[in-house]
Design a protein around this ligand. Structure first.
Ligand SMILES: [Zn+2]
Ligand SMILES: [Zn+2]
Length: 286
């Protein structure tokens, strides 16, 4: 399974999962034209693994087979309604998300339960509720051979989340803010309180606590949804590196705008050696 992180952060989120002819976009933070440009850029950058799943179809606009919306915040719902109405592709969302967001024509909105796995083509999605100020889910995506987890927009790590993502080949995990930067930063107090609350976002330290507890089997960790005001990639990566030290994993930070291409197949050499400073990747793929 190939994963292309197209966008990650408060400016918009979109991650494409492709395997065995099925292409599903999780969150619609970019439209089909930007999606096409990102996929072309990923192909030109010589992304690892085959990009044929991603590059077939129009070069001016590119649509996936379906879109899954994680929750009803604007940086995730994005242009889902346009994909639905103009491009006539199904939009999957929980009932709470479908109630709270405009997702386009109701006949193309498919509801999923936040605790029940559902299939789209070759991919199975296993959701799990996350604590956030909108009904949010973590997603484990399984193509029958390998698994990847996408976990963003959570105020704290809920019980059972570690077990839900344990053993996934790829873990994409929110590392939203550095506590000191947020504290000293320009945000008004009510916004700071919202971010640090149990229904806000995950700090670097909170992400690290989960990473430190992660059992073996995960060969790639991508830090997601980094705040551009209250975090820096080097800070988030350094903290995560310490949490993962000695583990056999590749560590990356997703940029606000991709593409960042990951593969659920283990990388040839990187997974063999325990993580060390020299393996840090800063915004690769740009
Ligand atoms: Zn978000
Ligand atoms: Zn959110």
């Amino acid at each position: 399974m190939q994963i292309t992180i197209i966008a990650s952060g408060s400016g918009g989120n979109a991650t494409l999962f492709a395997s065995r002819g099925t292409r599903v976009l999780v969150d619609a933070g970019v439209g089909p034209r930007v999606l096409a440009q990102c996929l072309a850029a990923a192909a030109m950058a010589g992304a690892r693994g085959s990009t044929s799943d991603c590059t077939s179809g129009s070069t001016s606009e590119w649509t996936p087979d379906a879109i899954v919306i994680t929750h009803a915040h604007a940086d995730h719902v994005g242009v889902a309604a346009r994909y639905n109405k103009k491009h006539k592709i199904p939009i999957y969302a929980s009932e709470a998300t479908a109630r709270a967001a405009h997702l386009g024509e109701p006949e193309r909105v498919r509801l999923f339960s936040p605790r029940e796995p559902f299939a789209i083509g070759a991919l199975t999605f296993s959701p799990r509720p996350l604590p956030h100020d909108a009904a949010q889910v973590a997603l484990v995506v399984d193509d029958g051979a390998r698994r990847a987890a996408l976990v963003t927009d959570l105020g704290e790590v809920p019980p059972g989340l570690l077990e839900h993502v344990a053993g996934c080949d790829v873990l994409m995990l929110e590392s939203n803010y550095d506590e000191d930067m947020l504290d000293a930063g320009p945000y008004p107090q009510h916004l700071k309180r919202r971010i640090v609350s149990a229904r806000g976002h995950l700090s670097n330290a909170q992400a690290c606590a989960l990473l430190a507890a992660l059992p073996g089997g995960t060969h790639t960790v991508a830090l997601m949804h980094l705040s551009e005001n209250n975090n820096r990639p080097d800070l988030a990566l350094a903290a995560a590196r310490d949490a993962l030290l000695g583990k056999r994993a590749r560590l990356l930070a997703a940029p606000p705008r991709g593409p960042l291409v990951l593969d659920t197949a283990p990388p040839p050499g990187a997974a063999r050696a325990p993580i060390a400073a020299r393996q840090l990747g800063l915004f690769p793929g740009m």
